[in-house]
Write a protein that binds this ligand. Structure first.
Ligand SMILES: Cc1cc2nc3c(=O)[nH]c(=O)nc-3n(C[C@H](O)[C@H](O)[C@H](O)COP(=O)(O)O)c2cc1C
Length: 144
């Protein structure tokens, strides 16, 4: 059984909802999922011991939340090369954050990113949102 870490940044918890559903999908696929708020990851040591990583942030003013930017600098030192990865986030209209996170994981860390690309949803509870989030978790679980 593998273990996947999901880290999310949110202001009003829609991205947390998606994170929890991705975690459910990973567990449905028979693996372990840890779902953490971005502030719980203080250094690269906190990122060790996982077989895959999924990072998510809501989009505000065309960007990811700044605490997720800090996490991405921490993750740069965590030797994630070749590990399975994915990115997600709640958005209102433009949704830049998931794509930016996804590209950093691919281009800077050299991770093996989920072919589906970043998961962008208005929220986990919108029609089809639960299934899409769970499937995203299953897709990443299938890569470990
Ligand atoms: C002040 C403000 C700025 C926002 N800016 C953007 C934006 O630039 N692009 C976008 O897609 N959504 C934007 N949104 C919408 C949020 O991304 C959306 O409400 C999302 O569900 C929030 O997720 P969260 O609950 O995880 O924080 C903005 C919302 C607020 C309140």
């Amino acid at each position: 059984m593998g273990k996947i870490l999901i880290v999310f940044a949110t202001r009003s918890n829609e991205t947390k909802g998606i994170a929890d559903l991705i975690g459910e999908g990973i567990r449905m696929a028979g693996h372990e999922a840890d779902v953490k708020k971005v502030g719980e990851v203080k250094n690269e040591e906190n990122l060790k011991g996982y077989d895959g990583y999924v990072f998510g942030s809501a989009t505000y003013h065309g960007e990811m939340i700044s605490s997720m930017k800090q996490l991405l600098f921490i993750a740069e030192r965590a030797e994630l090369k070749g590990k399975p990865g994915g990115a997600f986030g709640a958005f209102g209209w433009s949704g830049e954050a998931p794509g930016r996170i996804f590209d950093t994981m691919a281009n800077i860390y050299g991770m093996s990113m989920v072919p589906a690309g970043p998961l962008m949803l208005k929220a986990g509870w919108v029609e089809g949102g639960m299934k899409a989030s769970q499937e995203y978790g299953k897709d990443i679980a299938a890569m470990i």
